[in-house]
Design a protein around this ligand. Structure first.
Ligand code: ADP
Ligand code: ZN
Ligand code: ZN
Length: 775
């Protein structure tokens, strides 16, 4: 009987980018498709009299509340086997609410790389099917020797046959490879196949695997004889977290080079031995062959790699290795979180403080929070590692608990090599200037570069370039004007020649001389990598006559595929060189022979209008300082700054985090910033300034209304954004602050509040929960 059929209704989210449709619709599962329509299936349905592609997020015996079964249309066709499972659907729904993000956009995160909802008709059957371009599987022809072929002796005249047989003696070879080595190989293979000497079979190619395989050669397995005390403590804590099966978190708080990666490897080994899977996130920029190679060297073909520098086809094949259960370890950037591991037992996030774990576009999720959710959902452990943990994670460890999971911090204060952290010298650039030294390289840095050049060593120079916001700086005393009400640095606006606070909107006149010291050298600041490179070359030419290479690494020089690796390889291969780069050089690089690390301008990021600016400065300085003296030669670090007494700089110089944390905590608590609050930033933009201002004002009103009952909640704005115009669009924003203990469900509240605002065409709204970028 029909009424006994189960799962007769599918809840389908349509792949149509219309905000009003961002929910599931019921479709009936026709008898003919019983058992084929499953959670995660990609289906063809009819919507508004047209075919539409959708994803099944749930099944039920009854229609959803309020849905008239007589009006439910049937699923027309199943286009693809399940792309994700029920646990993934739970995570999607959580993410959509947590980040006030469209469910469709979240759903698409869990679809295979390169997946598109475009359809075409199968020319033979006339049925619809998904168009698969990059995600089509690719086969290779593999040639192997048959048993009979092993005893085949080619005629002495057949030199090409002999060459082919020699190539095959070690095992099967791709026909394409034979073709590269030997012209006309295909004909020879054909002839041998007809004689039964060889066979040719098609095998699926796993794109991306070659790169991975090469990388493991780059990092031969270095067996660690004995773990340090810190490593053993970390491993034991992780084991407890894995066994607890409720999403417990272990924060490995270990200085650079303390052996955190070694701990991840050991922990993953145990998880794999228990038959479960592992997911490892590394910042995109640190996903070098070196890094991937360490995982490949340990876990071999079980490792899949996912990051944006791979082609779509490569990513698809790597993803598919996970789906088919060939790979049990996925190593990748943020999006690797969504790879379809069958039974994740451990999530690892290396350099957990990195801002790149926050996605800048919709859906604006933070990988750490999503990983914590997934770990809870799968009964897995979450391991966070950093030499400079985020203030959020440190606060949770101090509380011991967050959202039902236990948070434990394990310190790893020592390097196994017992190599001490390098000494750091802080140079006060204002004093240099006062003493008549006008170069961007201080006397100390110039002398150190000369020494490196003379001894044929290597140096890394970092130029801070974050933030296109412009600020005023006194070259004499380093003074930077800040808001009287917010303690954020003021931004200079050409229009109206004024200084503006982008937290509260206050405006100030531009002082003609430094209000601190009266100096006339009170100017705009800012400097490009190219400019610094030119000066550096001049300097080095004067020292060693142009023999020392300068390798520049910034967003421009590393845009092309593989450029990043080539820069690093060039630096690695050079006997003596200077690597000059933006903050991208601070992370993960492990070159043993760097003896000097210089930071040209530690201040720029202190001044970006962002409450995390000081924390980022501290992180960056501590990380970059860790690049010096990794090998046999001792290293040294020189930091140039106009704020030698700033806690972020002093803490990095002394390698003592508490010097920074204590004052920074007081500031955050006082000003109401994370980790003491949760924030949600709502940005409105459009061509009509009046419309944008009105909508932003309404957003702020709705936010105030929805948070009225939350004690200590506050809404700032609406005010103009720091970047007040972008591509001829006016930009305004409102910022909601909620005490951390009342922070759960903030996204859902803000989403509902914003949904109540009537938005005219031409105005767009973006909600960012736990924002990192509020410019
Ligand atoms: P981190 O990830 O904390 O920066 P790594 O795991 O990369 O540190 O370790 C730094 C270096 O120390 C690596 O070359 C690694 O092989 C080595 N190492 C790690 N643990 C040990 C150990 N217990 N004994 C000896 N060497 C170790
Ligand atoms: Zn202000
Ligand atoms: Zn001054």
């Amino acid at each position: 009987m029909a009424s006994e059929r189960r799962d007769r209704y599918a809840r389908v989210i349509l792949d149509l980018r219309t905000r009003a449709l961002d929910r599931t619709f019921d479709y009936a599962v026709p008898e003919g498709l019983d058992g084929q329509v499953r959670v995660g299936s990609c289906v063809l349905v009819t919507f508004a009299h047209r075919p539409a592609v959708g994803y099944v997020l749930g099944l039920g015996d009854e229609p959803s509340d309020g849905v008239d079964p007589a009006r439910v249309l049937p699923v027309s066709q199943v286009l693809a086997d399940p792309l994700f499972d029920e646990a993934a659907v739970g995570a999607m729904r959580w993410m959509a609410a947590e980040y006030a993000a469209p469910l469709l956009e979240v759903t698409r995160l869990f679809c295979p790389p390169g997946f598109t909802a475009r359809t075409e008709r199968d020319p033979r059957t006339g049925a619809w099917r998904l168009r698969r371009d990059e995600t089509r599987e690719v086969d290779d022809r593999w040639v192997s020797l048959t048993e009979a072929g092993a005893s085949y002796v080619p005629p002495t005249s057949a030199s090409r046959q002999r060459a082919v047989l020699a190539a095959l003696s070690q095992g099967p070879v791709r026909q394409a490879e034979l073709g590269l080595a030997l012209s006309g190989a295909a004909a020879v293979v054909g002839a041998l196949a007809r004689r039964g000497v060889v066979t040719v079979e098609r095998r699926r190619r796993v794109r991306g695997a070659d790169e991975v395989r090469l990388s493991s050669a780059a990092a031969p397995r270095r067996d660690v004889a004995e773990l340090t005390a810190g490593q053993r403590a970390g491993l034991a804590a992780i084991q407890r977290a894995v066994d607890a099966r409720r999403g417990d978190v272990v924060l490995l708080d270990g200085v650079t080079g303390s052996g955190k990666t070694e701990v991840y490897l050991a922990a993953i080994e145990r998880v794999l031995a228990a038959g479960r899977d592992a997911c490892v996130l590394v910042p995109e920029i640190s996903l070098t062959p070196q890094t991937v190679g360490r995982f490949r060297a340990r876990f071999g073909d079980q490792v899949a790699v996912l990051h944006s520098r791979l082609s779509v086809g490569e990513r698809y094949d790597q993803w598919d290795m996970v789906r088919t259960g060939v790979a049990h370890v996925v190593v990748g950037a943020r999006s690797a979180l969504f790879a379809p591991l069958a039974d994740p037992g451990i999530y690892v996030i290396d350099e957990e403080h990195e801002a790149s774990y926050k996605q800048g576009s919709v859906p604006r999720y933070h990988a750490r929070e999503v990983a914590a959710h997934l770990a809870r959902a799968h009964g897995a452990a979450l391991v966070l590692g950093s030499a400079t943990p985020s203030m959020e994670s440190l606060a949770r460890c101090e509380a011991g608990e967050h959202r039902g999971a236990r948070w434990t911090r394990v310190e790893m204060p020592e390097r196994p090599s017992a190599r001490p952290l390098p000494p750091v010298e802080v140079v006060d650039m204002a004093r240099e200037f006062a003493q008549g030294w006008r170069s961007m390289f201080s006397r100390a840095l110039t002398a150190a570069l000369a020494e490196v050049a003379e001894h044929g060593e290597k140096a890394v120079l970092m130029l801070n370039q974050r933030g296109f916001a412009r600020w005023m700086l006194c070259r004499d005393c380093g003074y930077v004007p800040s808001c009287e009400h917010c303690s954020t640095s003021l931004t200079y606006h050409e229009r109206g020649h004024r200084l503006v606070c982008h937290t509260c909107g206050a405006e100030y006149p531009v002082p003609a001389v430094c209000p601190e010291c009266g100096s006339h050298f009170f100017r705009m600041s800012g400097m490009g990598t190219q400019q610094v490179e030119d000066r550096l070359r001049e300097q080095l030419d004067a020292l060693v006559g142009g023999t020392m290479p300068v390798i520049r690494m910034d967003a421009d020089s590393t845009r092309a595929k593989g450029a990043h690796e080539r820069c690093l390889e060039a630096f690695d291969a050079a006997p003596s060189a200077v690597l000059l780069g933006t903050q991208m050089i601070a992370k993960g690089l492990d070159f043993p022979d760097v003896t000097l690390v210089g930071v040209i301008n530690a201040d720029t990021i202190l001044k970006v209008c962002d409450f995390r600016a000081a924390e980022r400065t501290y992180d960056l300085l501590e990380q970059v300082a860790g690049r010096a003296g990794r090998g046999d030669k001792p290293g040294r670090v020189i930091i140039q700054t106009y704020q030698p007494d700033h806690p972020a700089i002093r803490a990095a110089a002394e390698h003592d985090r508490s010097l920074f944390m204590a004052p920074e905590r007081a500031i955050r608590r006082e000003a109401g910033y994370p980790p003491y609050t949760r924030l949600a930033n709502v940005t409105c933009w459009g061509a009509s300034r009046d419309d944008v201002v009105r909508v932003a004002g309404q957003v702020a009103d709705e936010l105030r209304a929805t948070l009225a009952d939350v004690r200590g909640a506050e809404v700032l704005g609406a005010v103009e954004c720091v970047i007040s115009r972008m591509q001829d669009r006016h930009r305004w924003h409102a910022l909601a602050k909620v005490p951390a203990e009342a922070g759960d469900g903030l996204g859902a509240r803000v989403g509902a509040a914003v949904a109540r605002v009537r938005v005219p065409t031409g105005v767009s709204i973006a909600i960012d929960v736990d924002p990192y970028d509020m410019l």
